[in-house]
Design a binder for this molecule. Structure first.
Ligand code: ADP
Ligand code: MG
Length: 190
């Protein structure tokens, strides 16, 4: 059961006090994995360093422990992989790989822009998972309303957002970057 997490983080490692905009009750509810059984989605939206990837891995790790099939994919790499498969006429097989797991984590959607044709491959995947009622967690630093910029097409962006945001727990994190926790910006002391 290879989930391909870049590293393991759990909810026990999460400092809730540092990031009060995270709805703890909702995240703990998600960790019960009922949303996976229902085929619902999760979107984690917020600027870099606020804990989106950490929380997605923590929930994904719970799912692995519960013996669910989980796959973690960096969005740009996922799209590159589908594009590569498409060029080799192996797209259907690759799509099936990403379709079959009961929880797919698409990390950092919007970190790099995706061309219109590549965005269409992502749409095909999200649409298939939606039809099959399989859960997806997407993390993004771009508010859903601005996904048109990422996909180079408002039509594709709305189609992807439509599938992902239906039956979805939307978690917007508005705090500071944990990576800059001990850094003071602005030159003030302490
Ligand atoms: P994002 O995906 O939102 O850019 P990450 O989840 O990668 O941010 O978080 C950056 C780093 O800070 C990671 O090592 C993560 O484990 C840690 N981190 C972020 N938020 C918290 C938090 N509230 N408590 C503990 N560690 C955190
Ligand atoms: Mg991240």
């Amino acid at each position: 059961r290879m989930a391909s997490f870049p590293y393991i983080k759990t909810l026990a490692d999460f400092d809730w006090g540092f990031q009060p905009s995270v709805p703890r009750g909702l995240v703990e509810q998600l960790a019960t994995l009922e949303f996976v059984d229902r085929g619902d989605n999760v979107a984690l939206v917020g600027s870099p360093g606020v804990g989106k990837t950490h929380l997605s891995i923590a929930i994904g790790h719970e799912a692995v422990m519960a013996r669910k099939q989980v796959y973690f994919a960096d969005c740009s790499r996922l799209v590159e992989d589908l594009k590569h498969a498409s060029a080799k006429e192996a797209l259907a097989r690759r799509m099936r790989f990403y379709e079959h797991c009961s929880l797919l984590i698409i990390d950092e959607l919007g970190y790099l822009d995706i061309g219109k044709e590549d965005a269409d491959l992502l749409f095909q995947l999200v649409n298939r998972r939606y039809a099959l009622k399989r859960s997806t967690i997407a993390t993004t630093n771009v508010p859903v309303g601005r996904w048109g910029d990422v996909f180079g097409s408002n039509v594709t962006a709305s189609a992807v957002a439509d599938r992902l945001c239906h039956h979805c727990a939307m978690i917007k994190i508005t705090g500071r970057s944990y990576r800059l926790k001990d850094v003071s910006i602005g030159g003030e002391d302490g």
